[in-house]
Design a protein around this ligand. Structure first.
Ligand code: ATP
Ligand code: MG
Length: 373
Protein backbone atom coordinates (compact mmCIF):
# COMPACT_ATOMS: atom_id res chain seq x y z
CA UNK A 1 0.00 0.00 0.00
CA UNK A 2 1.45 3.32 -1.06
CA UNK A 3 0.79 5.92 1.61
CA UNK A 4 0.85 9.67 0.91
CA UNK A 5 4.10 11.11 2.26
CA UNK A 6 2.39 13.11 5.04
CA UNK A 7 0.74 9.92 6.37
CA UNK A 8 3.96 7.93 6.05
CA UNK A 9 5.75 10.68 7.97
CA UNK A 10 3.31 10.47 10.90
CA UNK A 11 3.74 6.70 11.07
CA UNK A 12 7.55 7.15 10.97
CA UNK A 13 7.54 9.67 13.82
CA UNK A 14 5.43 7.32 15.97
CA UNK A 15 7.61 4.31 15.12
CA UNK A 16 10.83 6.18 15.82
CA UNK A 17 9.52 7.08 19.26
CA UNK A 18 9.01 3.37 19.90
CA UNK A 19 5.24 3.17 19.28
CA UNK A 20 3.29 0.90 17.01
CA UNK A 21 1.28 2.64 14.30
CA UNK A 22 -1.13 1.28 11.69
CA UNK A 23 -3.31 2.77 9.04
CA UNK A 24 -6.80 1.38 9.75
CA UNK A 25 -10.44 1.52 8.74
CA UNK A 26 -11.82 3.03 5.56
CA UNK A 27 -8.45 3.90 4.02
CA UNK A 28 -7.22 0.29 4.00
CA UNK A 29 -10.62 -0.99 2.86
CA UNK A 30 -10.85 1.50 0.03
CA UNK A 31 -7.26 0.91 -1.06
CA UNK A 32 -7.86 -2.86 -1.24
CA UNK A 33 -11.02 -2.17 -3.24
CA UNK A 34 -8.91 -0.29 -5.77
CA UNK A 35 -10.24 3.12 -4.75
CA UNK A 36 -8.33 6.16 -3.64
CA UNK A 37 -8.88 6.64 0.11
CA UNK A 38 -10.44 10.02 0.90
CA UNK A 39 -8.78 10.23 4.29
CA UNK A 40 -6.46 8.28 6.54
CA UNK A 41 -6.91 7.15 10.13
CA UNK A 42 -4.01 5.89 12.18
CA UNK A 43 -4.25 3.64 15.22
CA UNK A 44 -1.32 3.65 17.61
CA UNK A 45 -0.06 2.24 20.89
CA UNK A 46 0.96 5.79 21.90
CA UNK A 47 -1.33 7.52 24.38
CA UNK A 48 -3.03 10.78 23.29
CA UNK A 49 -0.60 12.77 25.45
CA UNK A 50 2.35 11.05 23.79
CA UNK A 51 0.90 11.79 20.36
CA UNK A 52 0.43 15.46 21.21
CA UNK A 53 4.02 15.67 22.44
CA UNK A 54 5.38 14.20 19.20
CA UNK A 55 3.73 16.57 16.71
CA UNK A 56 3.96 20.36 16.52
CA UNK A 57 0.36 20.93 15.39
CA UNK A 58 -2.52 18.92 16.80
CA UNK A 59 -6.09 19.40 17.94
CA UNK A 60 -7.51 17.28 20.67
CA UNK A 61 -11.33 17.53 20.75
CA UNK A 62 -11.58 13.75 20.71
CA UNK A 63 -8.87 13.21 23.28
CA UNK A 64 -11.26 11.71 25.85
CA UNK A 65 -11.93 8.93 23.36
CA UNK A 66 -8.28 8.58 22.43
CA UNK A 67 -8.25 10.66 19.24
CA UNK A 68 -5.80 13.39 18.41
CA UNK A 69 -5.93 15.08 15.03
CA UNK A 70 -2.46 15.71 13.65
CA UNK A 71 -2.52 18.76 11.40
CA UNK A 72 -0.29 17.69 8.55
CA UNK A 73 -0.75 18.56 4.87
CA UNK A 74 -4.24 17.22 5.55
CA UNK A 75 -5.61 16.40 9.01
CA UNK A 76 -5.00 12.83 10.11
CA UNK A 77 -6.81 11.32 13.07
CA UNK A 78 -4.42 9.40 15.28
CA UNK A 79 -6.24 7.24 17.81
CA UNK A 80 -4.82 5.21 20.64
CA UNK A 81 -5.65 1.48 20.44
CA UNK A 82 -8.91 1.02 22.26
CA UNK A 83 -10.72 -1.83 23.85
CA UNK A 84 -14.49 -2.00 23.68
CA UNK A 85 -15.76 -0.28 26.80
CA UNK A 86 -19.14 -0.66 28.43
CA UNK A 87 -22.01 0.91 26.52
CA UNK A 88 -24.93 2.93 27.66
CA UNK A 89 -28.24 3.00 25.80
CA UNK A 90 -27.11 1.38 22.56
CA UNK A 91 -25.29 4.53 21.62
CA UNK A 92 -22.60 5.93 23.82
CA UNK A 93 -19.61 4.19 25.34
CA UNK A 94 -19.58 4.74 29.10
CA UNK A 95 -15.85 4.49 29.17
CA UNK A 96 -13.02 3.84 26.81
CA UNK A 97 -10.01 1.87 27.82
CA UNK A 98 -6.76 2.17 25.99
CA UNK A 99 -4.74 -0.84 24.98
CA UNK A 100 -1.22 -1.63 23.82
CA UNK A 101 -2.46 -4.22 21.31
CA UNK A 102 -3.72 -3.60 17.79
CA UNK A 103 -5.81 -6.80 18.10
CA UNK A 104 -7.99 -5.21 20.80
CA UNK A 105 -8.49 -2.21 18.58
CA UNK A 106 -9.54 -4.26 15.57
CA UNK A 107 -11.97 -6.30 17.67
CA UNK A 108 -13.97 -3.21 18.64
CA UNK A 109 -14.44 -2.12 15.01
CA UNK A 110 -17.79 -2.57 13.32
CA UNK A 111 -17.30 -4.79 10.25
CA UNK A 112 -14.49 -7.10 9.22
CA UNK A 113 -13.81 -5.09 6.05
CA UNK A 114 -13.21 -2.06 8.29
CA UNK A 115 -10.95 -3.98 10.66
CA UNK A 116 -7.88 -4.47 8.47
CA UNK A 117 -4.66 -2.78 9.57
CA UNK A 118 -1.64 -1.80 7.52
CA UNK A 119 1.83 -0.97 8.74
CA UNK A 120 4.48 0.16 6.27
CA UNK A 121 6.98 -1.88 8.32
CA UNK A 122 5.09 -5.16 8.58
CA UNK A 123 2.44 -4.95 5.87
CA UNK A 124 -1.22 -5.89 6.08
CA UNK A 125 -2.46 -7.27 9.39
CA UNK A 126 -5.84 -8.95 9.08
CA UNK A 127 -6.61 -11.25 12.02
CA UNK A 128 -10.39 -11.01 11.44
CA UNK A 129 -10.23 -12.07 7.78
CA UNK A 130 -11.51 -8.81 6.40
CA UNK A 131 -9.74 -9.46 3.11
CA UNK A 132 -11.63 -12.75 2.76
CA UNK A 133 -14.89 -10.83 3.20
CA UNK A 134 -13.75 -8.17 0.73
CA UNK A 135 -13.28 -10.95 -1.80
CA UNK A 136 -16.61 -12.56 -0.93
CA UNK A 137 -18.17 -9.09 -1.00
CA UNK A 138 -19.73 -9.54 2.39
CA UNK A 139 -20.40 -7.04 5.16
CA UNK A 140 -19.95 -9.04 8.35
CA UNK A 141 -20.03 -7.71 11.91
CA UNK A 142 -16.90 -8.24 13.97
CA UNK A 143 -17.76 -10.73 16.72
CA UNK A 144 -21.33 -11.40 17.85
CA UNK A 145 -23.54 -9.14 15.72
CA UNK A 146 -26.39 -9.03 18.26
CA UNK A 147 -24.03 -7.77 20.90
CA UNK A 148 -22.32 -5.33 18.57
CA UNK A 149 -25.62 -3.72 17.53
CA UNK A 150 -26.76 -3.64 21.13
CA UNK A 151 -23.60 -1.72 22.03
CA UNK A 152 -24.05 0.79 19.25
CA UNK A 153 -27.16 0.73 17.08
CA UNK A 154 -25.59 3.19 14.66
CA UNK A 155 -23.73 0.20 13.25
CA UNK A 156 -27.08 -0.96 11.81
CA UNK A 157 -27.28 2.18 9.70
CA UNK A 158 -23.57 1.97 8.90
CA UNK A 159 -24.10 -1.53 7.47
CA UNK A 160 -26.79 -0.08 5.20
CA UNK A 161 -24.46 2.77 4.25
CA UNK A 162 -21.67 0.39 3.22
CA UNK A 163 -24.17 -1.61 1.18
CA UNK A 164 -25.23 1.61 -0.55
CA UNK A 165 -21.61 2.55 -1.15
CA UNK A 166 -20.51 -0.82 -2.48
CA UNK A 167 -23.66 -1.90 -4.36
CA UNK A 168 -24.59 -5.27 -5.82
CA UNK A 169 -23.37 -8.02 -5.60
CA UNK A 170 -22.33 -7.00 -2.07
CA UNK A 171 -24.48 -8.56 0.66
CA UNK A 172 -24.80 -8.27 4.39
CA UNK A 173 -23.82 -11.57 5.95
CA UNK A 174 -26.81 -13.62 7.11
CA UNK A 175 -26.30 -13.51 10.89
CA UNK A 176 -25.40 -9.83 10.71
CA UNK A 177 -28.58 -9.18 8.72
CA UNK A 178 -30.71 -11.14 11.19
CA UNK A 179 -29.18 -9.21 14.07
CA UNK A 180 -29.89 -5.93 12.28
CA UNK A 181 -33.56 -6.82 12.07
CA UNK A 182 -33.67 -8.03 15.66
CA UNK A 183 -31.94 -4.89 16.98
CA UNK A 184 -33.52 -2.31 14.71
CA UNK A 185 -35.77 -0.96 17.49
CA UNK A 186 -32.59 0.36 19.14
CA UNK A 187 -32.13 2.90 16.34
CA UNK A 188 -34.74 5.01 18.18
CA UNK A 189 -32.25 5.56 20.97
CA UNK A 190 -29.65 7.17 18.75
CA UNK A 191 -29.27 10.90 18.57
CA UNK A 192 -31.07 12.42 15.61
CA UNK A 193 -27.84 14.07 14.47
CA UNK A 194 -26.15 10.70 14.07
CA UNK A 195 -29.20 9.26 12.31
CA UNK A 196 -29.32 12.25 9.96
CA UNK A 197 -25.67 11.90 9.08
CA UNK A 198 -26.06 8.25 8.12
CA UNK A 199 -29.35 8.71 6.23
CA UNK A 200 -27.94 11.58 4.20
CA UNK A 201 -24.85 9.52 3.43
CA UNK A 202 -26.95 6.50 2.42
CA UNK A 203 -29.09 8.67 0.13
CA UNK A 204 -25.98 10.25 -1.41
CA UNK A 205 -24.27 6.94 -2.10
CA UNK A 206 -23.77 5.61 -5.58
CA UNK A 207 -26.05 2.60 -4.95
CA UNK A 208 -28.54 4.39 -2.69
CA UNK A 209 -31.51 2.35 -3.94
CA UNK A 210 -29.75 -0.87 -3.04
CA UNK A 211 -29.12 0.41 0.48
CA UNK A 212 -32.69 1.66 0.80
CA UNK A 213 -34.02 -1.79 -0.06
CA UNK A 214 -32.22 -3.07 3.04
CA UNK A 215 -33.47 -0.13 5.08
CA UNK A 216 -37.06 -0.83 3.99
CA UNK A 217 -36.96 -4.12 5.87
CA UNK A 218 -36.19 -2.48 9.20
CA UNK A 219 -37.75 0.94 8.71
CA UNK A 220 -40.99 0.19 10.54
CA UNK A 221 -39.27 -1.03 13.70
CA UNK A 222 -36.43 1.47 13.50
CA UNK A 223 -38.46 4.59 12.71
CA UNK A 224 -42.08 3.59 13.16
CA UNK A 225 -42.83 4.24 9.48
CA UNK A 226 -42.53 2.17 6.32
CA UNK A 227 -39.98 3.46 3.83
CA UNK A 228 -41.50 3.99 0.39
CA UNK A 229 -39.56 2.10 -2.26
CA UNK A 230 -38.00 4.52 -4.68
CA UNK A 231 -35.33 4.62 -7.33
CA UNK A 232 -33.05 7.20 -5.83
CA UNK A 233 -30.21 6.18 -8.14
CA UNK A 234 -32.17 7.77 -10.99
CA UNK A 235 -31.32 11.15 -9.46
CA UNK A 236 -27.88 12.66 -10.04
CA UNK A 237 -25.30 12.02 -7.32
CA UNK A 238 -25.92 15.27 -5.50
CA UNK A 239 -26.52 15.31 -1.76
CA UNK A 240 -29.27 17.95 -1.89
CA UNK A 241 -31.18 16.26 -4.70
CA UNK A 242 -30.95 12.82 -3.14
CA UNK A 243 -32.19 14.14 0.20
CA UNK A 244 -35.00 15.96 -1.60
CA UNK A 245 -35.97 12.77 -3.45
CA UNK A 246 -35.93 10.73 -0.26
CA UNK A 247 -37.98 13.18 1.81
CA UNK A 248 -40.45 13.80 -1.02
CA UNK A 249 -41.36 10.11 -0.97
CA UNK A 250 -41.09 9.87 2.83
CA UNK A 251 -42.17 13.14 4.49
CA UNK A 252 -42.23 11.39 7.89
CA UNK A 253 -38.42 11.46 7.77
CA UNK A 254 -38.53 15.16 8.63
CA UNK A 255 -39.20 14.23 12.24
CA UNK A 256 -36.02 12.12 12.26
CA UNK A 257 -33.67 14.49 10.52
CA UNK A 258 -31.82 17.44 11.95
CA UNK A 259 -31.34 19.81 9.02
CA UNK A 260 -29.73 23.22 8.75
CA UNK A 261 -32.00 26.22 8.10
CA UNK A 262 -30.47 26.43 4.62
CA UNK A 263 -31.34 22.82 3.81
CA UNK A 264 -34.85 23.24 5.22
CA UNK A 265 -35.39 26.28 2.98
CA UNK A 266 -34.05 24.37 -0.01
CA UNK A 267 -36.38 21.44 0.63
CA UNK A 268 -39.35 23.75 1.09
CA UNK A 269 -38.65 25.26 -2.34
CA UNK A 270 -38.01 22.06 -4.27
CA UNK A 271 -41.01 20.35 -2.69
CA UNK A 272 -43.37 23.20 -3.72
CA UNK A 273 -46.43 21.65 -5.23
CA UNK A 274 -47.07 23.27 -8.63
CA UNK A 275 -47.96 22.03 -12.09
CA UNK A 276 -45.12 21.35 -14.49
CA UNK A 277 -44.69 24.51 -16.60
CA UNK A 278 -45.50 24.11 -20.27
CA UNK A 279 -44.82 27.63 -21.53
CA UNK A 280 -41.93 29.99 -20.94
CA UNK A 281 -44.03 32.45 -18.90
CA UNK A 282 -45.12 29.56 -16.66
CA UNK A 283 -41.49 28.51 -16.34
CA UNK A 284 -40.55 32.07 -15.34
CA UNK A 285 -43.35 32.18 -12.73
CA UNK A 286 -42.15 28.90 -11.29
CA UNK A 287 -38.62 30.27 -11.23
CA UNK A 288 -39.86 33.30 -9.29
CA UNK A 289 -41.39 30.96 -6.70
CA UNK A 290 -38.59 28.46 -6.22
CA UNK A 291 -35.65 30.72 -7.12
CA UNK A 292 -33.08 30.45 -9.87
CA UNK A 293 -30.89 28.26 -7.67
CA UNK A 294 -33.55 25.60 -7.24
CA UNK A 295 -35.49 25.60 -10.50
CA UNK A 296 -33.55 22.77 -12.13
CA UNK A 297 -33.72 20.64 -8.98
CA UNK A 298 -37.49 21.17 -8.83
CA UNK A 299 -37.78 19.91 -12.43
CA UNK A 300 -35.34 17.00 -12.02
CA UNK A 301 -37.29 15.79 -8.99
CA UNK A 302 -40.34 15.48 -11.24
CA UNK A 303 -38.43 13.60 -13.89
CA UNK A 304 -38.17 16.67 -16.15
CA UNK A 305 -34.98 17.86 -17.82
CA UNK A 306 -33.34 21.02 -16.43
CA UNK A 307 -34.57 24.21 -18.15
CA UNK A 308 -32.91 27.12 -16.42
CA UNK A 309 -30.84 27.81 -19.56
CA UNK A 310 -34.06 28.62 -21.46
CA UNK A 311 -34.77 31.61 -19.23
CA UNK A 312 -31.28 32.36 -17.95
CA UNK A 313 -31.30 35.95 -19.28
CA UNK A 314 -34.96 36.66 -18.59
CA UNK A 315 -36.18 38.97 -15.84
CA UNK A 316 -37.71 37.01 -12.98
CA UNK A 317 -37.89 39.10 -9.83
CA UNK A 318 -38.06 42.72 -8.70
CA UNK A 319 -34.27 42.89 -8.70
CA UNK A 320 -34.26 42.19 -12.47
CA UNK A 321 -36.60 45.07 -13.36
CA UNK A 322 -35.35 47.94 -15.51
CA UNK A 323 -36.78 50.33 -12.90
CA UNK A 324 -36.07 50.40 -9.18
CA UNK A 325 -38.02 51.48 -6.13
CA UNK A 326 -36.49 54.97 -6.33
CA UNK A 327 -37.93 55.52 -9.83
CA UNK A 328 -41.40 54.74 -8.61
CA UNK A 329 -41.29 56.62 -5.32
CA UNK A 330 -42.32 59.82 -7.08
CA UNK A 331 -45.49 58.14 -8.27
CA UNK A 332 -46.36 56.04 -5.24
CA UNK A 333 -44.47 57.34 -2.23
CA UNK A 334 -42.79 54.80 0.03
CA UNK A 335 -45.79 52.91 1.34
CA UNK A 336 -46.69 49.26 0.92
CA UNK A 337 -48.22 50.08 -2.44
CA UNK A 338 -44.74 50.51 -3.86
CA UNK A 339 -43.86 46.90 -3.14
CA UNK A 340 -47.13 45.71 -4.65
CA UNK A 341 -46.51 47.69 -7.84
CA UNK A 342 -42.99 46.27 -8.16
CA UNK A 343 -44.35 42.75 -7.72
CA UNK A 344 -47.01 43.45 -10.34
CA UNK A 345 -44.37 44.72 -12.78
CA UNK A 346 -42.22 41.66 -12.16
CA UNK A 347 -45.24 39.50 -12.93
CA UNK A 348 -45.83 41.39 -16.18
CA UNK A 349 -42.22 41.08 -17.35
CA UNK A 350 -42.27 37.38 -16.60
CA UNK A 351 -45.28 37.15 -18.88
CA UNK A 352 -43.50 39.24 -21.52
CA UNK A 353 -39.81 40.05 -21.01
CA UNK A 354 -39.91 42.63 -23.81
CA UNK A 355 -41.77 44.91 -21.37
CA UNK A 356 -38.64 45.21 -19.28
CA UNK A 357 -37.52 48.66 -20.39
CA UNK A 358 -37.48 51.73 -18.20
CA UNK A 359 -39.90 53.54 -20.45
CA UNK A 360 -42.47 50.77 -20.69
CA UNK A 361 -42.33 49.98 -17.00
CA UNK A 362 -42.81 53.60 -15.95
CA UNK A 363 -45.78 53.74 -18.27
CA UNK A 364 -47.20 50.50 -16.86
CA UNK A 365 -46.65 51.76 -13.34
CA UNK A 366 -48.43 55.02 -13.93
CA UNK A 367 -51.30 53.15 -15.61
CA UNK A 368 -51.67 51.29 -12.33
CA UNK A 369 -51.77 54.39 -10.22
CA UNK A 370 -55.34 54.82 -9.18
CA UNK A 371 -56.79 58.17 -10.28
CA UNK A 372 -56.91 60.74 -7.52
CA UNK A 373 -53.99 59.26 -5.55
P1 ATP B 1 -15.80 6.35 5.10
O1 ATP B 1 -15.04 6.01 3.89
O2 ATP B 1 -17.22 6.57 4.84
O3 ATP B 1 -15.17 7.42 5.94
P2 ATP B 1 -14.95 4.64 7.19
O4 ATP B 1 -14.92 3.15 7.28
O5 ATP B 1 -13.64 5.35 7.21
O6 ATP B 1 -15.79 5.02 5.94
P3 ATP B 1 -15.55 6.19 9.51
O7 ATP B 1 -16.88 6.58 10.06
O8 ATP B 1 -14.64 7.24 9.03
O9 ATP B 1 -15.85 5.13 8.37
O10 ATP B 1 -14.85 5.33 10.65
C1 ATP B 1 -13.50 4.90 10.57
C2 ATP B 1 -13.36 3.50 11.14
O11 ATP B 1 -13.70 3.50 12.51
C3 ATP B 1 -14.27 2.47 10.49
O12 ATP B 1 -13.70 1.91 9.34
C4 ATP B 1 -14.42 1.46 11.59
O13 ATP B 1 -13.30 0.61 11.66
C5 ATP B 1 -14.42 2.31 12.84
N1 ATP B 1 -15.78 2.72 13.27
C6 ATP B 1 -16.43 3.86 12.96
N2 ATP B 1 -17.63 3.91 13.55
C7 ATP B 1 -17.74 2.79 14.27
C8 ATP B 1 -18.75 2.25 15.13
N3 ATP B 1 -19.89 2.91 15.35
N4 ATP B 1 -18.48 1.07 15.73
C9 ATP B 1 -17.34 0.40 15.53
N5 ATP B 1 -16.35 0.85 14.73
C10 ATP B 1 -16.54 2.02 14.11
MG1 MG C 1 -13.34 7.50 7.30
Amino acid sequence: MQLPSYVQEIVNVLNQAGHEAFVVGGAVRDYLLGEIPHDYDIATSATPKEVIALFPRTTSYGMKFGSVTVLAKRPVEVTTFRREGRYMDARRPLDVSFSKKIDDDLLRRDFTINAIAYSPKTGIYDPLCGIGDLELKIIRAVGDPVERFREDALRILRAVRFLAKLGPPWQIEEKTLEAMAASSHLVKKLSKERITDEIVRIASSRFASYGLEALEKISETAFGHPLQPLDLDALPLCEDLRLAGLTKANPWLFSWLVLSKKTQKYLEKVHLNRPIPESLPELRHLCAQVGRDHLDHWLILRGEPPRLHEIADDPIGIQDLAVGGKDLQKLFGEGPQLGEVLERLAYLVREDPSLNTREKLLQLASDQKEPGK
